[in-house]
Design a protein around this ligand. Structure first.
Ligand code: SAH
Length: 355
């Protein structure tokens, strides 16, 4: 018993000093961590985020631009095969109005996320990005619109996009192919490498507790974000959606997700790590626990309230109250109560120079 605790503490210390471990060592931690070493890891992760980013929590305004999608991701409620959801697509004007509202509230990062919607051509997006950068010159533009060609990513970057979120979802090739029937593991990987080479601040990441996923898989997910040297890492629990084949599966565990967030903080001390919406959806105090485990970003919902329920990635997804931009005062209080301060600046990665 004690040797297991000692072994965990020893691994956590080494991770804290060297910012790396082997896959087997990470897996050992995932399998053997208990209360004492878990608390120790959480404290180390919080100390690391405070050393790099102080007590600041960056807020990003999230605009869910479309729920049309050509992909068939089996866990996701807005996958293109689901006939039961109301599809919507925000117009250029609606997106700009959402961002303007956010800008007036103080947001200086806009995250445009959506399904893979062919209506968002390079022409449409470059015009939108240019307008955003012209109207809000001190704000960053983050895109999260799925897989595109390298040439497309290049054009969007040239138009002024600063960051791109594209979770790798899982590094287990077989599992990836199984849950993404019309996508390709190598293409997703290539997208992430292209985005890095094009000078984006890149966000990778994964879900915790997808049916069929093992702890060995999760260890590989951590090694991948380390190897990619991701600027941002999004990790949230898998949540079932009632229109998918996984509807009866249990949600991913809060404790495992927090553990992976803390390990990520020690592997990549400078990373921007959101306390995700899925984390807030799985437990009432999920966001706060995420912050204490090493997260330093929150992305309140800035979408027009009328479409929020339709961006239904999973059941129970929170999008109102302190999860929404209009609940910012409440959110700021919650952040303060957890022991942190809201920061409304662009909040770039610690190594980023505006290009
Ligand atoms: N089309 C974009 C955005 C996808 S939605 C893209 O491909 O990147 C953003 C993230 O939500 C996904 O990357 C996925 O990890 C997460 N997600 C989707 N369905 C989910 C579910 N059922 N439970 C938890 N997270 C989910």
């Amino acid at each position: 018993m004690h040797t297991k605790i000692n072994r965990c503490i020893e691994l956590i210390d080494r991770l804290d000093e060297s910012h790396t471990l082997t896959g087997e060592e990470i897996q050992y931690l995932l399998e053997h961590v208990e209360e004492t070493s878990r608390d120790y890891l959480t404290l180390k992760a919080d100390a690391t985020r405070r050393r790099i980013y102080g007590d600041r929590v960056f807020l990003r305004g999230l605009v869910e631009v479309s729920n049309f999608c050509i992909r068939h991701c089996q866990y996701c409620g807005i996958n293109g095969l689901n006939p039961n959801i109301r599809r919507y697509r925000l117009s250029q004007e609606e997106i700009l109005a959402s961002c303007r509202g956010g800008y007036e509230m103080g947001f200086r990062t806009f995250v445009l996320q959506g399904g893979e919607d062919p209506a968002f051509t390079d022409e449409v997006l470059t015009e939108l990005i240019r307008t955003l950068r012209r109207d809000f010159p001190d704000a960053a533009v983050t895109l999260s619109l799925g897989e595109r060609s390298r040439e497309s990513y290049r054009r969007l970057r040239e138009a002024g996009a600063d960051r791109y979120l594209l979770r790798h979802e899982t590094r287990n090739r077989d599992l990836y192919q199984k849950i993404h029937p019309n996508s390709d593991f190598d293409e997703r990987t290539q997208c992430l490498r292209d985005l890095k080479e094009l000078g984006y601040q890149v966000g990778a990441g994964f879900m915790v507790g997808i049916p069929g996923q093992t702890r060995a898989d999760l260890a590989q997910d951590l090694l991948f974000v380390k190897e990619l040297d991701a600027e941002m890492v999004g990790i949230g629990p898998f949540m079932p959606h009632h229109d998918t084949i996984f509807k009866a599966e249990p949600a991913g565990s809060l404790a495992d997700t927090l553990l992976l967030l803390s390990l990520t903080r020690l592997l990549l001390p400078q990373a921007l790590i959101p306390a995700t919406t899925a984390l807030a959806s799985v437990a009432d105090d999920g966001r706060e626990l995420g912050l204490k485990a090493g997260c330093n970003v929150i992305m309140p919902n800035l979408s027009p309230p009328g479409v929020r329920a339709s961006y239904s990635l999973y059941d129970g997804k929170v999008s109102f109250g302190s999860e929404a931009a209009e609940g910012k005062t409440l959110l700021e209080q919650k952040i303060k109560d957890a022991g942190y301060q809201t920061d409304l600046s662009r909040g770039d990665h610690a190594t980023w120079k505006i290009k």
